[in-house]
Design a protein around this ligand. Structure first.
Ligand SMILES: *[C@@H]1O[C@H](CO)[C@@H](O)[C@H](O)[C@H]1NC(C)=O
Ligand SMILES: *[C@@H]1O[C@H](CO)[C@@H](O)[C@H](O)[C@H]1NC(C)=O
Ligand SMILES: *[C@@H]1O[C@H](CO)[C@@H](O)[C@H](O)[C@H]1NC(C)=O
Ligand SMILES: *[C@@H]1O[C@H](CO)[C@@H](O)[C@H](O)[C@H]1NC(C)=O
Ligand SMILES: *[C@@H]1O[C@H](CO)[C@@H](O)[C@H](O)[C@H]1NC(C)=O
Length: 180
């Protein structure tokens, strides 16, 4: 069924394209950006592709992990689906998670939706652009939470424990999806 590990290795050419695309995205207005990361969503057919990236002025910080979740707070009932990504040897590792509590973001055994990592994704050192595609629920406006940490798993194991890694930053965003 749904593979737990979705690591991809992105070539240098893709990196150059992605950097160019990022400059274009970052010139847009601030509703897509929190204090540390920006998130964009683009609908195409029955799917939506989300892109999250560290802000230009935070790219020197070590990338531990970067995350977003569909909800208003990290710990909620019903649980908030979260997507956590990090880099291992410049591979992008992505994982669907949920928070047990504020200290433990655990792997979801049965992810609430299928997710595939887009080939627009890259992580190179501390630089990152994570793009993934999931089914679209038909709602144009999305409310998400985001977080970023400069400590994180040093492994390609997408089920690696993420515990006691303090966020360096977190927040909420609310924006409209774009139509492709
Ligand atoms: C990542 O950030 C850390 C901490 O700021 C820095 O020491 C390191 O050189 C950076 N690495 C890269 C590849 O930019
Ligand atoms: C985190 O939650 C998972 C799933 O409930 C549990 O197996 C694990 O022991 C927890 N880890 C810590 C450090 O609390
Ligand atoms: C990503 O995949 C799509 C569809 O397969 C392809 O059209 C596109 O050229 C690819 N982009 C990159 C940067 O590899
Ligand atoms: C990862 O990417 C960074 C920045 O492009 C580069 O300096 C580093 O050598 C790469 N590391 C590996 C293990 O390929
Ligand atoms: C991946 O990490 C999880 C959680 O620590 C562990 O249970 C599992 O055995 C690891 N898988 C591999 C292939 O190392």
């Amino acid at each position: 069924m749904f593979p737990k590990a979705l690591p991809v290795l992105i070539a240098a050419a893709v990196f150059a394209i992605a950097v160019a695309a990022r400059s274009r995205l970052e010139s847009r207005d601030d509703k897509h950006c929190g204090t540390s990361i920006c998130v964009y969503g683009r609908v195409h057919g029955k799917e939506v592709t989300y892109t999250m990236m560290k802000k230009e002025d935070r790219t020197d910080e070590r990338l531990g992990w970067i995350a977003m979740g569909f909800g208003l707070t990290m710990v909620e009932y019903p649980s908030v689906p979260m997507i956590v990504a990090w880099s291992y040897k410049n591979q992008t590792i992505i994982s669907q998670r949920t928070a047990i509590d504020y200290d433990n973001v655990s792997v979801v055994e049965k992810p609430p939706f299928p997710l595939r990592l887009s080939n627009e994704s890259y992580t190179h050192g501390n630089q990152s652009r994570i793009a993934f595609t999931i089914p679209w629920d038909g709602k144009k406006r999305v409310k998400i939470i985001y977080a970023f940490s400069n400590k994180g798993p040093k492994t390609s194991n997408s089920s690696a424990e993420i515990v006691d890694y303090q966020h360096n930053d977190y927040g909420r965003l609310s924006f409209d999806l774009e139509q492709a």
